[in-house]
Design a protein around this ligand. Structure first.
Ligand SMILES: *Cc1c(COP(=O)(O)O)cnc(C)c1O
Length: 362
């Protein structure tokens, strides 16, 4: 049994001039490369039909389980082109392991780590010309995902599942420079509860977060910040697509402990790098009351959100029902900016990769 993802090259790739135009201004998630990886799972055959082939639509029966019961998970990671032209992934094994954990929670079949890594690498190799050059924080965003494709309306774990990987060139997340965001602290919506799916990267979590996102926009905020489900003045969780980090005047880098939040790769990277910046990493719960008091008396000096897409996003203020406050001077913090630069320098090969986080693909 071959465990590779053999390449069946497309006969109609996007023309070179068109690709160059796209790479000049890719935005985020709007353009896709020439190929996709796929594999299928059934109880009888396990994972089979692994391949990288031309990017094409799925053909699905209207009763496909995912369309009704949202049995779906995904991952997000990036391929970075270094100045010498080589292409690298950043900690993809961590994504592979999280994908397996998400699969278990959603009662989907686990994809072996080796298959995850091979599929991502083979796709990035096949579409290497789509990896933007390192200027302007360009990267190739890679999206592995898995869904229940079985033709059956009964409620049970599907017995036919599709795994796939697509890729999309991405430009700088902050096209207009790093100015910082204001987050809306929702007292109406939560994203998870004990025993729920908060720690799994599944589409359903995102569907449930959109109403809160609308609420945030209505209050003039960029994103939502979720509290836990204890009601009232609860503890901070995360922003729905990014993890929360705070810097204190005591030199701590504080982030909510794992449990109901998503275990971000960027979060872990920041916790590991904190000591390089004289910060002590601390994972513990932070109540809204503590955040408000700390922002007011200056013991919380900086705040930022961490995630693969935007790396580190400075948070300059928070708003909620009947209150609002800024963090520090209301501008991106020094440590925030320095941590962001360090992560990017490692990803683009400009700083030493002391932790062995990079994996060469091309
Ligand atoms: C993906 C994701 C993050 C960030 O994780 P990274 O691995 O750092 O990209 C944070 N929160 C949620 C809900 C996510 O889905």
């Amino acid at each position: 049994m071959s465990r590779g993802f053999p390449l069946f090259r497309t006969t109609s790739p996007v023309a070179e001039a068109e690709r160059a135009a796209i790479l000049g201004a890719p935005g985020f998630g709007r353009f896709f490369t020439d190929h996709m990886a796929t594999a299928t799972w059934t109880p009888a055959d396990g994972w089979h039909d692994r391949k990288v082939g031309p990017l094409e639509p799925f053909s699905m029966h209207p009763s496909a389980a995912v369309l009704h019961y949202a049995q779906e998970i995904f991952e997000g990671l990036k391929a970075y082109r270094h100045a010498d032209g080589t292409v690298w992934l950043f900690r993809p094994e961590v994504n592979a392991r999280r994908f397996a954990r998400s699969a278990r929670r959603l009662a989907l079949p686990e994809l072996p780590e080796e298959d995850f890594l091979t599929s991502v690498e083979e796709l990035v190799r096949a579409d290497a010309p789509w990896v933007p050059d390192s200027a302007n924080e360009g990267s190739l965003y890679v999206r592995p995902f898995m869904f229940a494709s079985e033709v059956f309306l009964g409620v049970r774990p599907a017995e036919r599942v599709v795994y796939s990987v697509i890729a999309s060139p991405a430009g700088p997340y902050f096209a207009g420079g790093l100015s910082g965001v204001t987050l809306w602290i929702s007292s109406e919506y939560t994203r998870s509860g004990r025993g729920g799916t908060g720690a799994a990267k599944c589409g359903g979590n995102y569907a449930a977060s959109l109403a809160a996102q609308i609420e945030a926009k209505q209050h003039g905020c960029d994103q939502v910040m979720f509290l836990d489900d204890t009601g009232g003045d609860g503890s901070l969780e995360e922003s729905g697509t990014m993890n929360l980090c705070l810097v204190t005047s005591a030199g701590e880098l504080v982030t909510p402990q794992l449990g109901t939040i998503l275990e971000g790769v960027t979060r872990d990277t920041i916790l590991t790098l904190a000591t390089d910046f004289g910060l002590t990493p601390v994972e513990r719960s932070i109540t809204l009351a503590e955040l408000r008091a700390g922002a007011a008396d200056g013991t919380i000096t900086e705040a930022f959100a961490a995630g693969t897409a935007a790396v580190v996003t400075p948070i300059v203020g928070f708003k909620g029902e009947g209150y609002e406050f800024t963090i520090g001077s209301g501008a991106p913090g020094e440590q925030t900016t320095a941590l962001r630069e360090r992560v990017l320098d490692i990803q683009y090969g400009r700083a030493q990769d002391k932790h062995g986080w990079l994996r060469q693909v091309v």
